[in-house]
Write a new protein. Structure first.
Lengths: 246, 220, 288
């Protein structure tokens, strides 16, 4: 069939000596992605273990979003390979998609559906329980506007709704791209709640953010520069929030 | 897979009912086109009656291109198509769901258009209502399948507006020929079984091809 | 982690110095490779030129003119071979597209795109020559004959095939898009033909010139076969040359891709380093 089966050919030449199902929530092995002739990622290698929170840093255009989109299987690596919980990013897309949720720049809402209808649709497409929707809407503070069309929502409200989608789905690998953009302080703690819930399930989270994390700390910071991962010393981040993830 | 396809089709139809794009844009466009074609051909009633099936299906074809574009525009507005793609649903389910929603929209449109044509062009609709309905149904399913398949290309390549008709129209030529001939014969009260068979086989091939190939179009 | 640390940083697979997949190529791929080498292309070109020259001499000077149509009928020796290569291109596009989608090997895509471009050329030529022939014989440049109509649709399908290629920013995706268009067109064209045959059948018998009828003189048939051979060689030459330029274009893209890696800083930090500098990961239990 179209999705996974359509890329069956890749299976023959790709194995995963570096990706271990038990040990890695996600791994990228020499991943390069080119848009047109512009490389967005260049031979990135990254390992994320279960229970880990990884923060991606880097200037605009350094490839943070592309890295998250590669892990979510929204874009295919031009070269290199990777996996999520042992599933190949190219050949086992559907398995990867079952486990990951990407909250990106676009909130993926239908303007003429209400908040609750948007979430119910997501639940049906992901085989989640639509009965969760009211509780989830309450959790993100949108219960009063549950039946209003999302076309009139502010950016912050849309962002909250995108996060509500994560709560409906309960993914094992949470990918957050600038999650604080457009959110007020109160909603900022929502990010913490999402990450904590994912970790509690034994999952992992990768965040790309220019802002400081609110209320918790990353286990590790990876900096991207011009599409390549570089290692930087990272004393300040952890000392700023000594409590870690609570 | 069926559940996801149905959920998607229901969502599309609900959006269409709320956005009223079909009623506010596609329908007026189609009726205007019919009137313009009628005026271009002059008031010769026998001539109009003879060419009416052709005009009807040309109009439906253009309306289908518009409806397809709209259907995928809604998915592209806020990255929703990516959301569908990143769900564990089989891409084939997305294809079938969108094709189903498009079929329903086009059928509703055809009911209005056929009525308008009957009034303007003096068509004897009562001659073979069942055959006519079957022709509409079978032609619409095939058209919706082609639209649903190639709509992705239009959505992903928004800068090149002309690419959708370039792909849809040649693929729909057999449908156009079959539907026009079948409609003409049905209006004359003649047997259209052979043409219906041809339409049906087109639908089967189009749906099968779409189911198998959609993933290649929609994946990055 | 140890498995990773031991593994040397891999070369980018696209490195131009090492053509990928050279080891385990199928026999078909090797044959294609030989035909598309610079020597193979040269000899195909020579063969095509010789055959075309011979065909021109035979069809213009040796074979007698048709009794009914006169010299105009000599158009057959270019029109029919052009039509044959047009349909050959089409079949090759469909087959190579299916093979590309199935295997993901780029040489199938190169073959498909080369055949599609040759197809545009020969389909256009077929229609133009057919019109030139039809004008004096039928009294019209065009008639809605099933063969003519189908050939025209073929041209539109090729146009779509070539139009979608460059649209996405991912060249692989563009190749997949055009492969889908090629396959859908392949399924579509027979239905077009059948539809038009039926459509015409209800009005009047189709007015088709049938150049291949057994009534044709033996010398004419031989000249026609020679012309078909010459056009096929020309087709093969054009396709092979086009595949070669496509491969060069792909190599250039890879060259550009690997440029920032060579120019830039130490490209990749080994994963082991990333892990080493990280603080001791907190277990899942301490979170939340």
């Amino acid at each position: 069939m179209g999705g996974a089966g359509g890329f069956r050919h890749v299976v023959r030449r790709r194995t995963h000596p570096t990706c271990r199902i038990d040990a890695h929530a996600a791994c990228l092995d020499g991943v390069t992605r080119v848009f047109g002739q512009q490389p967005a990622l260049v031979r990135v290698r990254l390992v994320v273990r279960p229970g880990e929170v990884v923060l991606l840093r880097g200037t605009n255009g350094s490839g943070k979003s592309t890295l998250l989109r590669v892990l979510a299987t929204a874009v295919t690596p031009t070269h290199g390979r990777g996996c999520v919980f042992g599933h190949d990013l190219v050949t086992d897309r559907r398995d990867v998609r079952r486990l990951t949720e990407l909250v990106g720049h676009q909130t993926r809402l239908y303007g003429d559906l209400s908040a609750a209808e948007n979430l119910r649709f997501v639940a049906r497409m992901h085989h989640a329980d639509p009965a969760l929707v009211p509780a989830v809407l309450e959790q993100v503070g949108l219960l009063e506007v549950a039946d209003e069309r999302t076309r009139g929502f502010s950016q912050g409200m849309r962002q909250r709704l995108a996060m509500a989608r994560t709560l409906v789905r309960a993914p094992s690998l949470l990918l957050l791209d600038e999650p604080y953009a457009g959110l007020d302080d109160q909603a900022g703690s929502l990010v913490h709640a999402l990450v904590a819930a994912t970790i509690r399930r034994g999952g992992a989270a990768v965040l790309a953010s220019h802002d400081d994390l609110v209320g918790f700390a990353a286990d590790r910071t990876v900096t991207l520069a011009a599409g390549e991962t570089v290692v930087v010393p990272q004393p300040s981040l952890l000392s700023a929030a000594p409590g870690g993830l609570t | 897979m069926t559940g996801e396809a149905l959920a998607l089709a229901a969502k599309d139809l609900r959006l269409e009912l709320r956005g009223r794009h079909a009623v506010s844009t596609v329908l007026p466009f189609a009726v205007t086109l019919l009137v313009a074609l009628g005026l271009a051909l002059g008031p010769d009633r026998p001539l109009l009656r003879q060419v009416a099936p052709g005009l009807l299906w040309i109009t439906v074809l253009f309306a289908a291109v518009l409806a397809t574009r709209r259907s995928y525009e809604l998915e592209g507005e806020d990255g929703a198509l990516e959301g569908l793609l990143l769900s564990p649903a089989d891409p084939a389910a997305i294809f079938l769901g969108k094709a189903a929603a498009l079929s329903v929209q086009l059928l509703a449109l055809e009911v209005v258009l056929v009525t308008v044509m009957a009034l303007l062009f003096g068509l004897p609709l009562a001659a073979a209502p069942v055959a006519l309905a079957l022709v509409c149904l079978l032609a619409t399913v095939g058209l919706a399948a082609i639209g649903s398949l190639f709509g992705v290309v239009a959505q992903a390549a928004r800068t090149r507006e002309g690419v959708l008709p370039l792909l849809v129209l040649p693929a729909a030529i057999p449908l156009l020929v079959d539907a026009v001939r079948a409609t003409s014969l049905a209006l004359e009260g003649r047997d259209v079984t052979g043409w219906l068979g041809l339409l049906l086989s087109f639908d089967v091939v189009a749906l099968a091809a779409g189911t198998l190939l959609y993933g290649y179009l929609v994946e990055d | 982690m140890a498995t990773i640390a031991r593994r040397p940083a891999p070369q980018p697979r696209a490195h131009p110095a090492r053509p990928s997949g050279a080891r385990n190529r199928s026999r078909g791929a090797r044959l294609l490779g030989a035909l598309c080498g610079s020597r193979g292309i040269f000899w195909q070109g020579v063969a095509a030129a010789v055959a075309l020259g011979a065909s021109a001499v035979v069809s213009l000077l040796v074979v007698p003119a048709d009794a009914a149509q006169g010299d105009v009928q000599r158009l057959m020796y270019v029109h029919v071979p052009a039509a044959w290569t047009a349909y050959l291109s089409f079949a090759v596009v469909a087959f190579a597209s299916a093979a590309y989608l199935r295997t993901g090997r780029v040489h199938w895509d190169r073959l498909a795109v080369a055949a599609a471009e040759a197809g545009v050329l020969f389909t256009g030529l077929t229609i133009a020559l057919g019109s030139l022939w039809g004008r004096p014989i039928w009294g019209a440049w065009w008639t809605w004959d099933p063969r003519l109509t189908t050939t025209l649709v073929l041209l539109l399908v090729y146009a779509g095939y070539l139009a979608v290629r460059g649209l996405p920013d991912n060249p692989d995706r563009g190749a997949r898009w055009s492969a889908v268009v090629g396959l859908v067109g392949f399924l579509d064209v027979p239905v077009v033909h059948l539809s038009v045959v039926w459509w015409r059948g209800l009005h009047q018998p189709a007015t088709v010139l049938r150049p291949g009828t057994p009534t044709m003189a033996g010398s004419m048939l031989a000249a026609l076969l020679l012309a078909v051979l010459a056009f096929t060689l020309l087709w093969a030459y054009l396709v092979a040359a086009r595949m070669r330029t496509e491969r060069a274009a792909q190599r250039t893209r890879r060259e550009l891709l690997s440029a920032p890696v060579r120019r830039g800083v130490q490209p990749v930090a080994p994963v082991a380093d990333l892990v080493a500098t990280a603080p001791t990961p907190q277990g899942a239990g301490s979170h939340g």
